[in-house]
Design a protein around this ligand. Structure first.
Ligand SMILES: [Zn+2]
Length: 168
């Protein structure tokens, strides 16, 4: 598997977010993908990210600035961490995102895609180890991705405009 490089950016703003109605006691926010992040996603995947039709992701909590470089947490950090830690190839993840087949249980630690610092220690029971930097984090266990849904019989989603992806 090819080495996944750090992705530099001059973008220092907090990505736009929206608090969703609470239904389970968690504060869930929609994190919108900015144009700057979109361009970085294109270069990370080496493909046109618009194909995923993904405008926002659902996250419990708000973006926070990286304590090393100041970049706020973004969706790309989830993707970058998974690719860097060798869970799946870029093409596999791209297709999974496009089909909305991301795993429900996705409590792995998230590292800053610009500098590799741990930004969100999310694993339960510290199973991930909480390594402070990506270079010390081990390989991720392959997450359980749901089986690919048949495309022929229409979508089973109640929403006609599926543009958000739950990441944690
Ligand atoms: Zn950083």
């Amino acid at each position: 598997m090819q080495q996944v490089d750090y992705i530099p950016t001059s973008y220092r703003k907090c990505p736009p977010t929206k608090l969703l109605p609470q239904n389970d006691g968690y504060k869930t926010y929609s994190w919108f993908i900015t144009e700057d992040e979109y361009l970085r996603l294109c270069s990370l995947f080496g493909r046109e990210f618009q194909e995923c039709n993904l405008g926002a992701t659902l996250v419990n909590g708000l973006p926070t600035p990286c304590k090393s470089c100041g970049k706020h947490t973004e969706f790309i950090d989830w993707v970058w961490t998974a690719l860097r830690r060798g869970v799946h190839t870029a093409d596999f993840m791209f297709e999974a995102l496009k089909d909305r087949r991301m795993p429900k249980e996705n409590m792995h630690d998230v590292y800053c895609s610009q500098c590799g610092t741990l930004t969100m220690g999310r694993s339960r029971n510290n199973a991930e180890g909480g390594a402070p930097h990506i270079s010390e984090a081990g390989k991720l266990h392959s997450a359980d991705y749901p089986a690919r849904k048949p495309q022929a019989n229409g979508r089973d989603s109640p929403s006609s405009d599926v543009s958000e992806q739950e990441v944690c």
